[in-house]
Design a protein around this ligand. Sequence first.
Ligand SMILES: NC(=O)c1ccc[n+]([C@@H]2O[C@H](COP(=O)([O-])OP(=O)(O)OC[C@H]3O[C@@H](n4cnc5c(N)ncnc54)[C@H](O)[C@@H]3O)[C@@H](O)[C@H]2O)c1
Length: 370
Amino acid sequence: MIVAPERIPVRTPGGSYDVLVGPGLLRVVGGLVKRLAPGARCFLVTDGNVARLHGPIVEGSILDAGVELFVATQNPGEASKNWFEAGMMMELLSEAGFGRDSVLVALGGGVVGDLAGFVASVYMRGVPVVHVPTTLLAQVDSSIGGKTGVDLRHGKNLAGTYWQPLMVLSDTSCLASLPESEWRCGFAELAKSAFLAGDAETAGLEASCEQLVAGDEETVRAAVLMAAGFKARVVSGDEREDCDREQLNYGHTLAHALERELGYGTVSHGVAVAEGMRFAAALSARLAGAAPEWVQRQERLLDSLGLTRGSYDLASDKLLAAMHADKKARDGKVRFILSREPGQWSAVTVEDDILREALDMWRQQGREGS
Ligand SMILES: NC(=O)c1ccc[n+]([C@@H]2O[C@H](COP(=O)([O-])OP(=O)(O)OC[C@H]3O[C@@H](n4cnc5c(N)ncnc54)[C@H](O)[C@@H]3O)[C@@H](O)[C@H]2O)c1
């Protein structure tokens, strides 16, 4: 049964579309695709886990709508987000005779979404894509805003495009099958959205932490709506990360360095982002005038979401070098998103000696478990 979904508009120069959020949307994918792209043939991209859990419902809805369907199933995980898989997918599309009248449907987490979005943006110089995100991270973040990409040997997301989808369908009931570690990845991005959105959003998340961690459907739906709405507003104002969109990197500078130095997959992205936000909050107290209460409030919320502190056997200089190697570093300087108070942010270039000291302190706190 479908409870009426909420509709969040995204309006960018590259395309305008709605993000629908609610339970039961997987069952209506076919009908909505048919309505938005009449006469199109559908190329469904998914991964093995999602195919097993949710593929039959979506495939059934597409076939019931009388839409021709071709399914491409990837191996689950980041390793599939590469140039070779993208090329194979385009060969499959052309072999099966898909033309400009095709629509790609990306059913899965951020990996499937980034890969299918990338393929859609270059196949025949661009065909429409519908995102059907099935992880919390993808519903609150990656499916909205049109960033696509594949990883290269030298780093994540080094090749990519901006390609806005035709529509995003976030079925909150399909999150029930997510493993614990994937919930935590989404919680980190949810917390980030709340901190950047403002005091009311942060307080809302604080008040609903317990139900959220317990997976209460209505609480999860409300949280997805909050974060998806926030992301939609930010990318509508700045499609290509010229200004406002940069704030979404809050917590990600240290997170990317940690993931890179520990080896991708060793620490989950969510845990790394949570560490990164703790670090950015401490830097904000030192450089941006953040009050200790704001730093502690962020720490408490991350703890309540199960994103507890870790201790990592990594030298500060290694992390610093990794920050310099990040594609977001500019003119050899590391830029951090800092936050003075809920809803406020600034992009600040931070000198190496300050970063080294802050990293030493962060590592010390990790060892002490606080
Ligand atoms: N484009 C963007 O703006 C953007 C933003 C943030 C992250 N990303 C990208 O997103 C990717 C990470 O996405 P992710 O965290 O969703 O990872 P993912 O796509 O690898 O999914 C995580 C795991 O969950 C499984 N899964 C998916 N849905 C499920 C469900 N409903 N039930 C059970 N299992 C399910 C998948 O098979 C996979 O094993 C990274 O590649 C990252 O670079 C992109």
